[in-house]
Design a protein around this ligand. Structure first.
Ligand code: GH3
Ligand code: MG
Ligand code: MG
Ligand code: MG
Length: 384
């Protein structure tokens, strides 16, 4: 089984850094597990949770006995309020057997409320269980969002058949959710390094530029480029080059804060966005990142290679410091400078002064203007 899971994962080309790899392979495993098409009501070997909402003690007893004998982990609610609480909880049951008449509310209303929850909530499969057997009642329950309908007294075989169908829907929905999450991850991450891809880091930068402008906070942008990477590829081969890129990505990521953004900008280039960071601290951070990459050799194929990077740093405070393209151009110009000055070094964009210093100076002059205004006002009053 383990071998099959591994094989499926590698065919889908998951990277170990993809947090969904485990969940997707689990979902595939559930589908391909021996119990997938048989009559065992379990979830990949573990008990499937079910909520029984029933106020009649006799019905509760009979149905619970059945469910337990089929391997379900049963939660019981004797009122609609209690059922709602259980369904709002973390890791709530995804299968519900719902009595129509409850002491505090009508099961159909509970079902309707369940269907009106946000689209991000996991799907809950509802089987209405009731003594009402008119066709109109069946229609009313289905219109309220029930998936199935069972008339009391409950027949064990019939109940089991309905639950097998329910489990299939719940399984399919889980696989759909996991596949959606995986697609979202794949669309926003670089498959080699597991970092954000170019589109995602640029979106982050775009958002942070707006925030920096609104909050008048500095924002540093750093472009990191591997030195003489072509030569490394030529000497050790492309696969070795790939391992080096992965390791550099890891080292850079280990050196940034949780609220910083890091992504693969292009071939052997990385882009870092450091919110709240002015030029001086950003240069210090870039310097430590440079050391993190070069301080220990990286294993590439069978060789140990020491790799260096050059970094271009720029900082911005507000929209008048330039739009996204201009900010990137400035960081790129600084990087070009670092390359020209011998590589394995950090350069900042030469013309940009500290954004925060500039902001502080602007604030000072504004305050001076205001106090000048007040002084003028009080002088005016005195003379009047
Ligand atoms: P410099 O110090 O001036 O930056 O020199 P460089 O050799 O690093 O720069 P250049 O732009 O000449 O070469 C970059 C190389 O990076 C060329 C390209 O084949 C390689 N590269 C780009 N993406 C990948 C990748 O995903 N894997 C590998 N192994 N190599 C890559
Ligand atoms: Mg009842
Ligand atoms: Mg380059
Ligand atoms: Mg390079």
């Amino acid at each position: 089984m383990e071998a099959e899971r591994f094989d499926r994962r590698s065919r889908l080309n998951f990277q170990p850094s993809c947090p969904f790899a485990k969940r997707v392979s689990l979902a595939l495993l559930v589908k391909s597990a021996p119990c997938g098409g048989c009559t065992q009501l379990s979830w990949g070997g573990s008990a499937l949770k079910i909520l029984l909402v029933e106020d009649s003690a006799i019905d509760r007893h009979v149905i619970t006995q059945h469910l337990k004998s089929w391997g379900f982990k049963v939660s019981v609610a004797t009122s609609g309020t209690r059922a709602r609480k259980i369904l709002e909880g973390l890791d709530a049951p995804r299968l519900v057997l719902l009595d129509w008449m409850l002491p505090d509310m009508d099961g159909v209303q509970l079902c309707r409320d369940l269907r009106n929850r946000g689209a991000n909530e996991p799907y809950v499969y509802v089987v209405m269980v009731t003594a009402r057997e008119k066709k109109n009642d069946l229609l009313k329950a289905m219109e309220a969002g029930a998936d199935d309908y069972l008339v009391k007294p409950v027949d064990g075989t019939e109940l089991k058949a309905r639950l097998l169908a329910g489990r299939r829907i719940v399984d399919l929905h889980e696989q759909l959710l996991v596949a959606g999450e995986f697609l979202r991850f794949a669309a926003t991450h670089d498959p080699l390094t597991g970092l954000w891809n170019r589109g995602e880091i640029l979106s982050f930068l775009r958002r942070e530029l707006v925030r920096a402008d609104r909050e008048r906070r500095p924002l540093a942008v750093v472009i990191v480029d591997v030195d003489h990477f072509k030569k490394l590829n030529d000497t050790f081969g492309h696969l070795a080059g790939d391992s080096v890129l992965k390791e550099i990505g890891k080292r850079l990521q280990s050196g940034v804060r949780v609220y910083d953004g890091i992504g693969r900008y292009g071939g052997e280039e990385f882009l870092l966005v450091l919110p709240g960071c002015d030029l001086k601290p950003a240069t210090g951070r870039a310097e430590s990142l440079r050391s993190l990459v070069s301080e220990r050799p990286i294993t590439a194929s069978s060789a140990e290679v020491t790799v260096t990077v050059s970094l271009g740093v720029t900082v911005t405070l507000c929209s008048s410091d330039g739009n996204l393209e201009e900010v990137l151009q400035r960081a790129d110009a600084a990087l070009y400078d670092a390359k020209a000055r011998g590589r394995n070094r950090v350069e900042t964009v030469s013309k940009a002064s500290s954004a925060v210093e500039r902001h502080a100076a602007e604030e000072k002059s504004r305050k001076r203007g205001r106090s000048r205004g007040r002084e003028a006002g009080s002088r005016g009053k005195k003379s009047a």
